[in-house]
Design a binder for this molecule. Structure first.
Ligand SMILES: *[C@@H]1O[C@H](CO)[C@@H](O)[C@H](O)[C@H]1NC(C)=O
Length: 405
């Protein structure tokens, strides 16, 4: 078998590697559950060295996962009397809370929001490096990986948002990217969840996925990668593992141009800093579950925004119906202010799917379209501060409740 091109990638073909260099370096964070993090946390590795205050909190989900939240309560030069509302940042698939801090302080949304006076809270879903503990299960057990994004919406978001709300005594401004928007759109259909949110900005929003144009993903779908992995008993999806690399090899083998793997997966990103790849790779990609991948592939195959499909028999047991119930975007209250940012080169959040999403929402979201942007540009573009975040912050300021704002 021909080894995929990332093994011979020049630095210009960037992130091919994004996903796959360093694959033997398995991450073993030294977490102590229930107490604030040691010097191995995101705060001490990335945020504090840049001169920002940062605190870590551990919250327990209803189903026993221990998630880490980071809080950056003010910027480098805390502006007097400037006491912004809490903003909650939710990363996407195979990413973690580090995503918001991996460019320079003047380019990264997490730092920029703190410098603008917001009280920044950072979510990390189960299975990522920063949230890899459970009260009884170890990440080496199959049961640890028995979840998909609907559980991230229902359990992880519920635990994290209610913690932020309680701690700050305020509703939360929610910002999500990619899977962080799937989680949001599902959660916002639930009255108990949406009542914690003041307004929401969605970067590359996804609910429907059946017009996805990513060749790489389409190939993985057509070769039934998800079912194959499940039947092989591979429940953790870790592209840093040997098997993760072999999977990528087989997907690339002669079928997809993997010389630019990140582009093949996410669409052409205009403003990605190729010199920074090695630094990104110190933190990403994070693990997710194969069941989550299967759920996403179900959406691609069936064109639904619905709960996980267990098959008829199990569906009857779980949902009391043959088919999994759909999330109805029309259930999201019209009173929830929404802002969406999306790109013309995004191979995952396709314009056709997005149009359908917008049509089904009761409220009319504010929209920012950037033709040259791919999926990853919305978090990593070196120009996102001007292209995206300026308008995003204008939106947040117009919606944040804090009187001193
Ligand atoms: C790209 O990354 C390199 C390496 O971290 C950095 O020195 C450079 O300033 C970055 N360029 C931009 C435009 O951010």
């Amino acid at each position: 078998m021909k080894r995929a091109a990332w093994t011979s990638c020049s630095s210009a073909s960037l992130i091919s590697i994004f996903l796959f260099v360093n694959f033997f370096c398995l991450i073993e964070p030294s977490f102590v559950s229930g107490v604030p993090q040691s010097n191995e946390g995101l705060c001490s590795l990335i945020v504090r060295p840049m001169g920002y205050p940062c605190t870590e909190y551990i919250v327990q989900t209803e189903d026993g996962y221990l998630l880490t939240l980071q809080r950056i309560s003010n910027g480098r030069s805390a502006l007097r009397g400037y006491n912004g509302p809490p903003v909650f940042l939710q990363h996407g698939l195979f990413q973690g809370g580090d995503t918001w801090f991996l460019n320079s302080v003047d380019e990264s949304l997490g730092f920029i929001l703190a410098d603008h006076g917001f009280d920044v809270w950072v979510g990390n879903v189960r299975g990522t490096r920063w949230s890899s503990k459970h009260i009884t299960l170890s990440e080496h057990e199959r049961a640890f990986w028995d979840w998909s994004w609907q559980d991230l919406a229902q359990y992880d978001l519920a635990a994290m948002l209610s913690y932020v709300q309680t701690e700050t005594n305020s509703k939360v401004l929610y910002i999500g990217h990619s899977q962080g928007t799937i989680m949001a759109l599902a959660a916002f259909t639930m009255p108990d969840m949406v009542k914690m949110v003041e307004a929401s900005a969605l970067l590359c929003p996804i609910s429907y996925l059946d017009h996805i144009s990513s060749n790489f993903v389409l190939r993985a779908v057509s070769m039934h990668l998800d079912q194959m992995l499940l039947s092989l008993g591979i429940h953790q999806l870790n592209f840093r593992s040997k098997i993760g690399v072999e999977i990528m090899d087989s997907l690339c083998d002669g079928h997809v141009d993997c010389g630019n793997l990140l582009g093949a997966i996410t669409g052409d990103n205009c403003c990605f800093n190729a010199s920074r790849v090695e630094y990104y790779l110190e933190y990403e990609p994070h693990s997710s579950s194969t069941k989550n991948l299967h759920h996403l592939f179900q959406m691609i195959r069936k064109g639904t925004f619905a709960k996980y499909d267990f098959g008829w028999w199990e569906n009857l047991k779980h949902y009391h119906s043959l088919h999994p119930p759909a999330f109805n975007l029309g259930d999201i209250p019209e009173s929830l202010p929404l802002w969406i940012g999306y790109g013309g080169n995004d191979a995952l959040a396709d314009l056709t799917d997005l149009k359908r999403t917008i049509k089904e929402l009761k409220s009319k979201p504010e929209q920012l379209y950037i033709e040259s942007y791919g999926h990853i540009d919305f978090v990593f573009s070196v120009k996102a501060k001007d292209d995206v975040y300026a308008d995003l912050i204008r939106f947040l300021r117009s919606r944040g409740r804090s009187t001193s704002y």
